[in-house]
Design a protein around this ligand. Sequence first.
Ligand SMILES: *Cc1c(COP(=O)(O)O)cnc(C)c1O
Length: 489
Amino acid sequence: MIDLYDKLIFNLSSEGDAGISLPEIDVPEVEISDVIPPEFLRKSPPVMPSISEPDVMRHFVALSTKNHHIDKGFYPLGSCTMKYNPKINEDLARLSEFTAAHPLFPENAVQGTLSLLYELKELLCEIAGMDAVTLQPAAGAHGEFTALLMIRACHKKNKRNPEKIILPDSAHGTNPASVIMAGYKVVQIKSNDRGLVDIDQLSAHCNDDLAAFMLTNPNTLGLFESEIQKIAHLVHDAGGLLYMDGANLNALLGLTRPGDMGFDVVHFNMHKTFSTPHGGGGPGAGALGVKSSLEPFLPVPVVNRKNDRRGNHLFFLDYKRPDSIGKVHSFYGNVANLIRAYCYIRNLGPKGLKEVSQTAIVNAAYLREKLKDMFELPYNGDTMHEFVLSGSRQKTRGVKTLDIAKRILDFGIHAPTVYFPLIVPEALMIEPTETESKASLDNFIEVMKIIIDEIENDPEKVKSAPHNTPVSRLDEALAARELDICYNE
Ligand SMILES: *Cc1c(COP(=O)(O)O)cnc(C)c1O
């Protein structure tokens, strides 16, 4: 069947159709060339489709369902925290009081926005157990890079010049990339057989040349580093700083805090934990929380507060910070995302945030228990918000994890993260998040059962998937590098 609304909007155009109806003109008509000098008039009419309102709607709704998205179905993309984004956040971020403000407005004209940003900093400090926050970085990776520049500035202030950053082999790919960008050297240490930091290996590298240890906790296998306090002591005793990749705080909210575990700095992805929409590379916000030892080095401007003569709060952008690493973003960061995150936090409150993490953990544990017999579960610890399966058993039958991921798409579900973390062969990294119902999780389990059955009885069906998507197997590297956005009939 050819979908009528799959066509270009111009191909749907039919002379005389219109999506608007204007009243009869009741004023004298003027000759347009009497009003606009003829040399400025276009020579030919604009090319516009003639199309009725229902057809416009159907055309764009059809387009909007070509891609998978969180409003369409389950999205268990591990490490990406694809939770449902409440629409109230959108409504509030779109208030004209925010959207009509220009970044060059004087501070006294944007006191409301500045007070919201100030309060968001305080909320994030409380959530993470940190002393100060910058809202400037535009993404998690940008937060990592900013933090590494601050770490360098801090060591320099203390007349030290260490060159090494240690990372576990389960680290997110942005970690080594940020380290290199910041001009440091990466030292990678192997995880132990439980998937956690190998303390002996870590201590072997804890010496004078250690600038920082970057750690994700719970790590990318979903496992909590139970020896985190020992790790913090080792790193601090060597003069290093402890960095937490907190892109994903979804397992920790209201349960524990990076600051209490001994971390000196943590980045938070507003576009993961704090429910601002993401995917497709759109704008994010990767705020950074620090302990007071790093506060002087925060990028400018910092949103700050003072009292005016009558004792009222006056919010301002603090640029007078001599030890600051400078600017990392134009103006005040991605404010619209920060507003959404603020609304999300305020809407849930301390109790609600705690429930977010508890539910995220329970949902992941439920899926892990239901799926662990269908696949291999290489690290069988108590996982938190996510877990990693291996498709090695399926691979011996000629079906790769990539094939399974493609087949999942046929059921209207996004694929899990695959082939990451690198320490698990044929990895399938699953993070359901707290916003999925039991029915949605059970549906996913049923789909996985069907696919496992197909691998036994009809493996070609899985290997040639997807069958129901607008496009089938793309050359993923080529598709990213040479984006083909032409419509071919
Ligand atoms: C998503 C993620 C990042 C990177 O965040 P971006 O906003 O995509 O730059 C870093 N670390 C971990 C653990 C992540 O999940």
